[in-house]
Unconditional design. Structure first.
Length: 169
């Protein structure tokens, strides 16, 4: 008899644990968190005075920074001030393709000869911009291709400039 009661209690506990809250029961997400920010932005702890001012919200325009001639040393500054930034990887590498031609790839692999054998490094070239007058170009290298691409995008964000545009004539 006691065993049956224990089993019933266990089943009820499991049902309570498995219950998933509905949309009405779920807590509301604050408006500040709904804005799309890069995942690294939440972990960002500014190191420079410019970064601290951007983080606090006293500097809200990237044009203000670029016009003053201050150097951007943290890529998160650009992430916060230019939310619609796009990145593109340039094809700089190549390998033998079908028919003897070269197939273009986004990462250039180089090898240096050491006593222990060949050591490979990857290089990547990236361009970032907002399609509205801001552009940055960067080159990064690392042991892995993915890391090289990430470094090139990061360097491109640090070297962002304003492009002066005319009337087109």
């Amino acid at each position: 008899m006691a065993e049956e009661e224990n089993k019933k209690n266990e089943v009820e506990e499991v049902k309570e644990i498995e219950k998933v809250p509905t949309a009405e029961e779920a807590p509301a997400v604050p408006e500040e968190l709904k804005t799309a920010m890069p995942s690294s932005f939440g972990k960002w702890k500014p190191r420079t005075s410019l970064g601290k001012r951007v983080f606090e919200g006293t500097v809200t325009d990237i044009g203000e920074i670029l016009d003053s001639g201050k150097k951007i040393t943290e890529p998160e500054i650009v992430d916060k001030l230019v939310p619609n930034l796009k990145s593109e990887i340039i094809l700089i590498g190549g390998r033998a393709g079908k028919g003897g031609g070269a197939e273009r790839i986004p990462v250039k692999m180089t090898a240096t000869m050491h006593k222990s054998g060949r050591r490979f490094t990857a290089s990547a070239f990236a361009v970032v911009g907002n399609e509205d007058g801001l552009i940055g170009i960067g080159k990064g290298s690392a042991l892995e291709a993915r890391d090289a691409i990430a470094r090139s995008v990061q360097k491109a964000k640090l070297k962002i400039i304003k492009v002066k545009r005319g009337c087109g004539s």
